[in-house]
Design a protein around this ligand. Structure first.
Ligand SMILES: N[C@@H](CCC(=O)OP(=O)(O)O)C(=O)O
Length: 469
C-alpha cells in the first residue's frame, strides 16, 4: 500500500449521537479513534469531519427535537460544539493523539485568500501529526453561506487536503439500486465508475437530527471524485472496516486506472473534447466508459451485509472511482468553493473558443440571468441560438447545458448592455472598458459532469446541490 495516504472520514450526526436519546454513541466514537490512531501510526494522515454538535446539545439541554428557529439552532450548535470537541479530545487523549478544531462556513472559502489560509492550516496540522476535526461553523451560518450538510463540507475538505480517500460513513452498507428495506432483491452497487450514469436508491433522507441523506452523499462523491479523491460509502458502526477497504481499494486502483485509460483512449476519436488550461479536463466525457458496476448479493433484506459466504471479500461498501483528470486547486475552488450569483448563456462558437483557451468575449453571450456584480461567480451555460446573431435560443432541442463556472469582469447589468458586441464596442456602450473579456480564461473552470444536458435524475441532484450553495 502507498505510504502516507490522506484519508478523510466523515461522520454524520446519526453516527455520533443516538437519534432518540441524543446520548453519544461511545462505541462508534472509540472505534473511530482506534482506527484513526492506527492509520496515523502506519504513516497515513487522517482528517475527521464530525457532525453532531446540535445532536450533542439536544442531549445536554434535555431537548427532544431539533428546533426550527435558526437562532435556537445556532445557539445549540455553540453549546454542542465544545461538548463534541471535548468528547473527541478525551477519547484521543487515551492514545496521546493531538487533535485540532477547524470550523468553516462557505463564506470563509469563497474568498480565495481565506481558502488558501484554511488549506495551509490543514497542511501544517497534518504535517505536525495532528488530526484536524472539521465541522460547519453553524453559529455563523445562515442559508446563503451554508454548506448545509457535512457531506458537501467533507468533499470540499477532501479536495482541499488533496486526500486519497473520503469515507462517507452512514447507516447502510453501501448504495443499492433500489431500497433494500422494501425490496429484498435490491442489488448492492459496489463500484461506480461514473456518477453521471449512476442509478441508485437515494430515498434515505438522513436522521431526524442531521441534515444529509444518500442524495447529499452522491453530490459529495461527485465533488470529491472530480478532485481525484476515491470516495467510499460504508457503515459507520464498523469503523474498523476502513483499513480493510483501503487495502482492497489500493489493490484495485492500478488495474482500474489502466482500464479507464485504455477505454478513454479507444473512444476518444470523433469526440469533441475541451480542456481547462492546465488540467486537460475533458468536458464532453460521454465517450468515457461510464457505468455503475452492480454486483448482486443475495439476501440484502434490512441492508445488512450478507457476506458470510465470501470471507475473503472486503466489507461491503460502494467505491466511487476518481476522475482521470482531477480538477484541483483554483479550478476546484472556482467550481465548488464559490456560490454562483447568476448565469451567463453563451453560444456554441464561444464554447469552442473557450476550448481553444480563449477568454469569453461579449460577442458570444446570448443571455444573462441574475443580479451579480463584477468579480462574482456565475454559471456558464451553452445554448443554441435560434438564428445567427439572435438572442433567442432553443430551450429544449438541444437543451441548454451548464459547462462550468466563471468569475466575471462585468456585472449582470453591464453584460446585458454589451452582449453580442465586439470588444472594441464595449467602451462606446458603457463609457468605459475594464476588460475586453467578460471573463478571462484563467477565471473559467469547466466541470466534467455539469457539461452534458441533464437527465431528470441528475437534474434533481444538481438542483439540490445548487440550493445548498
Ligand atoms: N454541523 C451540524 C451537522 C450538519 C448535519 O446535520 O450533517 P449530517 O449529520 O452529516 O447530515 C452539527 O454539528 O450538528
Amino acid at each position: 500500500m502507498k505510504k502516507h495516504l490522506t484519508i478523510v472520514i466523515k461522520l454524520g450526526t446519526s453516527s455520533i449521537v443516538d437519534e432518540k436519546s441524543h446520548e453519544p454513541l461511545l462505541s462508534i466514537l472509540s472505534t473511530i479513534v482506534e482506527t484513526a490512531c492506527k492509520l496515523q501510526k502506519d504513516g497515513h494522515r487522517v482528517v475527521i469531519v464530525s457532525s453532531g454538535a446540535i445532536g450533542v446539545a439536544l442531549g445536554h439541554m434535555d431537548m427532544e427535537r431539533r428546533p426550527k428557529h435558526l437562532p435556537q439552532v445556532q445557539a445549540l450548535a455553540a453549546i454542542g460544539q465544545c461538548k463534541l470537541m471535548s468528547l473527541w479530545d478525551q477519547l484521543f487523549m487515551h492514545r496521546r493523539q493531538p487533535i485540532a478544531q477547524i470550523l468553516l462556513t462557505r463564506n470563509d472559502i469563497a474568498d480565495r485568500t481565506q481558502y488558501l489560509n484554511a488549506q495551509n492550516t490543514f497542511i501544517e496540522l497534518i504535517h505536525m501529526g495532528v488530526i484536524p476535526i472539521v465541522n460547519e461553523n453553524d453559529t455563523l451560518s445562515v442559508a446563503e453561506i451554508k454548506f448545509g450538510d457535512n457531506d458537501t463540507l467533507s468533499a470540499i475538505t477532501a479536495a482541499m487536503v488533496q486526500a486519497d480517500y473520503l469515507f462517507l460513513m452512514t447507516d447502510v452498507d453501501c448504495l443499492y439500486d433500489s431500497n433494500p428495506r422494501s425490496n429484498p432483491n435490491a442489488k448492492a452497487i459496489e463500484v461506480v465508475e461514473d456518477i453521471g450514469d449512476l442509478v441508485a436508491d437515494v430515498s434515505s433522507a438522513g436522521s431526524s437530527v442531521g441534515t444529509g441523506g444518500m442524495a447529499t452523499k452522491i453530490t459529495a462523491a461527485r465533488l470529491a471524485t472530480s478532485a481525484g479523491v476515491t470516495t467510499i460509502i460504508t457503515r459507520s458502526d464498523k469503523p474498523g472496516n476502513i483499513a480493510k477497504i483501503v487495502t482492497h481499494a489500493e489493490s484495485k486502483k492500478a488495474e482500474e486506472l489502466a482500464a479507464k485509460r485504455s477505454s478513454r483512449q479507444s473512444s476518444i476519436e470523433g469526440t469533441e473534447s475541451l480542456s481547462n488550461s492546465t488540467s486537460n479536463l475533458t468536458l464532453e466525457d460521454s465517450s468515457l466508459a461510464k457505468k455503475a458496476v452492480v454486483k448482486e448479493v443475495s439476501g440484502t433484506n434490512g441492508a445488512v451485509s450478507p457476506r458470510l459466504d465470501a470471507p475473503s471479500l472486503p466489507p461491503l461498501h460502494t467505491r466511487f472511482i476518481p476522475d482521470l483528470h482531477p480538477i484541483r486547486d483554483r479550478y476546484f475552488w472556482l467550481l465548488y468553493g464559490l456560490a454562483p450569483h447568476g448565469t451567463v448563456y453563451i453560444d456554441k462558437g464561444a464554447h469552442r473558443a473557450l476550448a481553444d483557451k480563449a477568454g469569453l468575449l461579449p460577442a458570444g453571450v446570448v443571455e444573462v440571468e441574475g443580479n451579480f456584480a463584477q468579480q462574482e461567480a456565475v454559471r456558464i451555460v451553452v445554448v443554441q441560438r435560434k438564428s445567427r446573431g439572435s438572442f433567442e435560443y432553443e430551450k429544449e432541442d438541444p437543451a441548454p447545458f451548464e459547462v462550468g463556472r466563471a468569475l466575471v469582469n462585468y456585472s449582470a447589468a453591464e453584460i446585458k448592455r454589451i452582449r453580442g458586441l465586439k470588444s472594441t464596442e464595449i467602451h462606446g456602450a458603457l463609457g468605459y472598458a475594464d476588460s475586453e473579456y467578460i471573463a478571462l480564461r484563467e477565471n473559467i473552470a469547466f466541470g466534467n459532469r455539469t457539461s452534458r444536458p441533464t437527465t431528470p435524475n441528475r437534474m434533481s441532484m444538481s438542483h439540490e446541490a445548487e440550493q445548498r450553495h
